[in-house]
Ligand binder design. Sequence first.
Ligand code: ZN
Length: 512
Amino acid sequence: MRRVLRAAIAVLTLTGAGTVATGAPGHAALPGWGRPTVTTAAPQPGSPGLGDNYFPDYGNGGYDVEHYDVRLRYDPGADRLSGTTTILARATQDLSRFNLDFLLDVESVRVNGWAASTATEGAHELVVTPTRTITAGQQLTIVVRYAGVPSETLVNGYTGWTRTDDGALAVNEPESAWWWFPSNDHPLDKATYDISVSVPTGVEVISNGVQPRPPLAEAGNRTRWIWRTTSPTATYLAFLAIGQYDIVTDTAPNGQPVVNAYSTTLGELAPAARASIERTAEVVEWASGIFGEYPFEAQGGVAGPVDGITFALETQTRPVYGPGFWRRGANTSVVVHELAHQWFGDSVSVNGWRDIWLNEGFASYAEWLWSEEQGEGTAQELFDFTYASYPADSEFWQVPPGDPGPARIFDDAVYDRGAMALHQLRLAVGDDAFFAILPAWTAEHRYGNGTIAQFQALAERISGLDLTDLFTTWLFTAGRPDVSGSAARKASPPAEPKSWAKIREAHQLLAR
Ligand SMILES: [Zn+2]
């Protein structure tokens, strides 16, 4: 389903690429914190996009967001969402106007207290023209009041908001925020969040981070749920899960709060969901030993309802899992995958969506490392089996994970060949260097962004090797790379590792 939207957007951005490129010089080098632009000419409109290499109109130029205060009211019966989002931002240039990415009906926008005029443009742009011009470096408080029915708000026939029998899920990648809060919708502009939602009493609301206070009773038999995220968070990693949930709270070995939630619709799938997600704190502790200190303030997971999403997403501090992962019993592979993303994807985010391998290749390789740890097959055995499972003439080998194209950012190749590429790196540099590179990467780019080129440079610096050929072959060249001399070339096909079935199951639902 999402592939349709991405394909449509790719076409749109191709036709608009020239406009964006000439209208947004210099935005490729964002973010611009601490680097106020010197402007001598009249204030200009902020760019309608950040010039992303795959989705150039995603995000907006001219300002950086520090914080979103998203205060909502939701009625599951009508799928009606209304509320106010207050955005704290700073201008990075003199602005005559600027854009937000948003789809619901806007009642009013105020900028630093003054009413602003608004217009809609393109697929998801809200153009805000303030009464007073904005100067570079100025602090902005942007208050947007809005309402709408997100499940009926379509872009190219598609909504990223999932309405369910008992509520809704705002969980999607890369398009998710458009349907519930106005934003600068690109991982280059991270922010902290306060998210609160008023729902009829008896409905649960789960979101990112911690609960600074218990749910508050409100007039009209309603309850307001309050969540807070204090670490920088990309817009697509903020989420809502609204419906009937059993919530299980605990404390992790590192002292952090654990909040897990299970949809009551799961029925006979619930034990398998619990047997997987309740291992979250254990997996976080294990992963911290390999990837470096866990970057966030809370842990957890959400098992979504049977009529919700079909995939899983690494929503920050608390991934959301579709029900399909539990159909054949517990699956810790997907839990390991989504928790590894907390380092690779969430704390260190893509610089542009073309860098998706930095998310999916690493989260997939984490599953191989977990398999090794659990004694269910080594990474080498998984490499050999994965390599042999895709014949040389398979379409699979035609998608280079380092540049899969905007319609294929979640292709099998990004996951499986992506993990194979990391294994080849490990073989080339040796375990000592490989397990030094991973935490160095998460430390150097913590709460920021990274490119594949930067990762290669870091791997070369730590290993002392020129890795150009390896990266070119495994990430950027179509066709099945030769691995002559390795086990994969031996006469008999490699045995299936014990962990393979669960990893396969997870990837069949994750790769789309
Ligand atoms: Zn993933």
